[in-house]
Design a binder for this molecule. Sequence first.
Ligand code: NDP
Ligand code: NHF
Length: 353
Amino acid sequence: MSDAANETKPLGWAVIGTGWMTRTHMVRAINKASGSKVVAVLSSSQERAEEFAKEFDIPNAYSSLDDLVADPAVDVVFVSSTNELHKPQTLAAASAGKHVLCEKPLSTNIQDGLDIVEACRESGVVLGTNHYRRLKTTIQTVRRLIAEGAIGRPILARATSTGWLSEEQQTWRLTSVEAGGGVVLDIGVHDADLLRYLLDDEVDEVSAATGHSGLLKGELEDYAVTTLRFRNGTIATSTVSFCTPGSIGAIEVMGSEGTIFARDLLADKLGGEIYLRRGGLDLEKVDIGSEEEHYAEAVHQFNEAVRGNGAPAVTGEDGVQSLAVAIAALRSAERGTVVKLSEVLTESALVAS
Ligand SMILES: NC(=O)C1=CN([C@@H]2O[C@H](COP(=O)(O)OP(=O)(O)OC[C@H]3O[C@@H](n4cnc5c(N)ncnc54)[C@H](OP(=O)(O)O)[C@@H]3O)[C@@H](O)[C@H]2O)C=CC1
Ligand SMILES: O=C1CO[C@H](CO)[C@@H](O)[C@@H]1O
């Protein structure tokens, strides 16, 4: 493990990828969070790495993964490449003793996800998955209300994560199975993680239907509905799309004593509204208070975990579990049957043994 874990100097972070996520959110979040600074960037092109480094004032620019992970200034690697690269890049970082915050989906299949978790455990480095929604103040408010019993026992839940994929993002997400494209692995995996977090429960079985609208530039599924049966009996749905502009992202959890409805809080920006209705009472608007910036908060909690204080907000194991739900959904849609999560997880364990 890098020495910086026990020191008070800022942790040096490297970012892998010069695309939308690093550019729009994460370089700023890493520099904003207490105790960290971006010190290196990796691109598949040295020229692009250098341009990015210049634009964001990053000291070291690389196009060789080996050189990046050998850089002594790097304590943590943020893996934000296309999804099929998450595993080789995480394994290289872990074997060099660097901690890893990896983008979602953790990988494109369960075995790779399990290999990532195992490699980080063996190397003694911290691993996190960047499912940012858990860090949103609004989502934490909904979870707290459920945990406090505001709606009694959750019976039904729904997450609606729909919208229009921007022109610049209409690339591998719509065309590449190898890169983990398709709306289920891209967005359905966020809903899986969100519902697991809100309900504090694990998924038992999944059924799903997927569709291809023909409205966007690609062949992969761009809308889907998944039904998730949780172990304690709650039945939830996840409705996702890339192809429905103007959609209203929402969460609804209906319990034995009331309902929580929340809207416009699932996007990567701040904001949203939460309502609560108990029994026959009026709809009550819940005060959210001041919101934390979720990406910086994810980095802050990861820094704390590296320094030995707690675990990252979303662990590697969470990444595998949420990925398993998305993979079960794709399998269900393909076969037209209900898929048990244990089937998806056990097959991988059998392959590994
Ligand atoms: N948690 C969240 O809120 C979000 C998560 N994501 C996730 O982030 C990841 C990246 O998505 P996004 O930024 O939108 O995608 P982009 O298509 O914008 O970027 C993909 C990146 O992969 C990089 N890349 C490809 N090959 C290599 C390589 N050999 N070595 C290093 N980098 C490489 C590219 O960098 P270059 O061309 O410079 O090599 C490019 O920057 C995905 O896993 C996605 O699911 C995305 C958006 C939001
Ligand atoms: O949360 C997110 C915002 O949208 C992106 C494009 O669909 C996703 O990849 C990402 O995970």
